[in-house]
Design a protein around this ligand. Structure first.
Ligand code: SF4
Length: 416
């Protein structure tokens, strides 16, 4: 089924495809429950269905979930406890001047939320994540713990080969648990499923870019985050239904400005904050909240004899920009500017987790470039457990008002 499939008009949709409001409400509610289920119940149920199934947790930002699927596993994203988990023990493991997510992940582990996980993967992004993997090892949480380095050399014969070795390493860990031999056919089948997943997500973003009122940002967030907690086959079915739903002429446009949110790719803002940005007068038409699920742009080749090489090549050649990638030949500030242009957005909201070095170190680079390019922006910091954001809401409201009032003025005029 090609991308064009979803660009149908309402009159061409089958009766079954025209989803009723009640059905979509139930679907979105289910997604919300999966997204914030700190007991990872769907993964637990899925694992209990067959004896050789494994559940593997991965931390942000990106991890090639295809390889876990091919090895008979369910990859499950771990994004911390948000504002739903009170930190009691986690603070003892970390100094006060780092971000919040490692404390809540440790808290989840110590409170046995992760007991049914077989292993954990910590993709390299920063020292905090590296240290968190060390604590998991020390505490012997799970049957394996892998700190996964990603290539910073973008030559396929150097960085690509290294990346394949890292993936092989993980497959060996899983084989030691379930004895599963991974074949190219199984990997290609997994690649196909995740290609479809990424394609459907991008279709939803494309439709929302034009008609953002058809799906609220919090619903989009729930739908995407649910995909990190359930099997990809189930997530693809949900995405198809959402795609069909938002092709309908529903909702009423409001007087809001389109913006892109950038910088919240690891520790997640509370749901209240995600909602507040739209309530304050913006439509968020692109964001990096669930960056890992959208990291590879376009399809990965699903027809080769060496699918690990195909996955590595896709990472090297088709990655979205990210604070975890050193991309001197392809500067991220211009890549973000292109997203702003593509989405026809009026500005950017830089939202960084407090003490998040990767996000905060990139912010001035983006902002310097945007001053020159005339792209409007504001910046603030958040913490996953903070649900007080009156000031941020006022800031975002003033930002959207200023864009509406001085739409035709160059950005420098607003900042000066
Ligand atoms: S929020 Fe930032 S500093 Fe904290 S673990 Fe994630 S990337 Fe690292």
């Amino acid at each position: 089924m090609g991308k064009g499939h979803f660009y149908t008009t309402r009159s061409t949709l089958s009766q079954e495809a025209v989803t009723s409001m009640k059905d979509i409400d139930t679907l979105l509610q289910d997604c919300k429950e999966h997204a914030f289920d700190l007991h990872f119940s769907r993964a637990k149920e899925w694992k209990a269905e067959k004896p050789d199934r494994v559940v593997v947790g991965y931390l942000p930002i990106y991890f090639p979930r295809e390889i876990i699927h091919a090895a008979g596993g369910l990859p499950v994203g771990i994004f911390g406890g948000g504002d739903q988990k009170q930190i009691v023990k986690g603070d003892a493991y970390y100094q006060s001047y780092i971000c919040h997510i490692p404390r809540s992940v440790i808290e989840l582990a110590l409170d046995k939320h992760l007991e049914h996980f077989d292993g954990f993967i910590f993709p390299s992004i920063c020292d905090v994540i590296r240290n968190l993997s060390g604590i998991f090892k020390q505490k012997k949480i799970g049957k394996f713990v892998k700190y996964m380095d990603f290539p910073q050399n973008f030559l396929p014969e150097i960085g690509g080969v290294f990346y394949q070795q890292e993936m092989q390493h993980i497959l060996q860990y899983i084989k030691a648990v379930n004895g599963r031999e991974v074949t190219p056919e199984r990997l290609n089948q997994a690649i196909r499923l995740y290609n479809r997943n990424r394609e459907l997500i991008e279709i939803i973003y494309d439709i929302r870019q034009q008609y953002p009122w058809r799906l609220r940002i919090e619903d989009l967030y729930h739908v995407l985050r649910a995909g990190t907690a359930i099997p990809v086959e189930e997530h693809n079915a949900i995405l198809e239904q959402v795609c069909t739903y938002i092709q309908q002429d529903i909702g009423t446009p409001q007087d809001k400005v389109k913006v892109v949110v950038s910088g919240a790719f690891c520790e997640q803002p509370s749901l209240g904050l995600i909602k507040a940005i739209e309530e304050a007068g913006c439509y968020v038409v692109d964001d990096d909240y669930m960056l890992g699920s959208r990291m590879i742009l376009g399809d990965i080749d699903d027809s080769t004899d060496n699918p690990l090489e195909a996955i590595a090549n896709a990472y090297i050649r088709q990655s979205q920009y990210s604070s975890s990638i050193f991309d001197i030949d392809n500067p991220k500030e211009y890549r973000l500017a292109k997203i702003v242009e593509k989405r026809d957005a009026a500005g950017v909201i830089f939202a960084s987790a407090s003490f998040c070095d990767p996000s905060l170190l990139d912010a001035p680079i983006f902002q310097n470039a945007f001053n020159k390019l005339g792209i409007r922006y504001i910046a603030f910091q958040f913490s996953e457990n903070i649900n007080q954001f009156k000031v941020i809401k006022e800031q975002v409201g003033a930002f959207s008002d200023s864009i509406k009032l001085w739409e035709d003025e160059p950005a420098e005029a607003i900042y000066s």
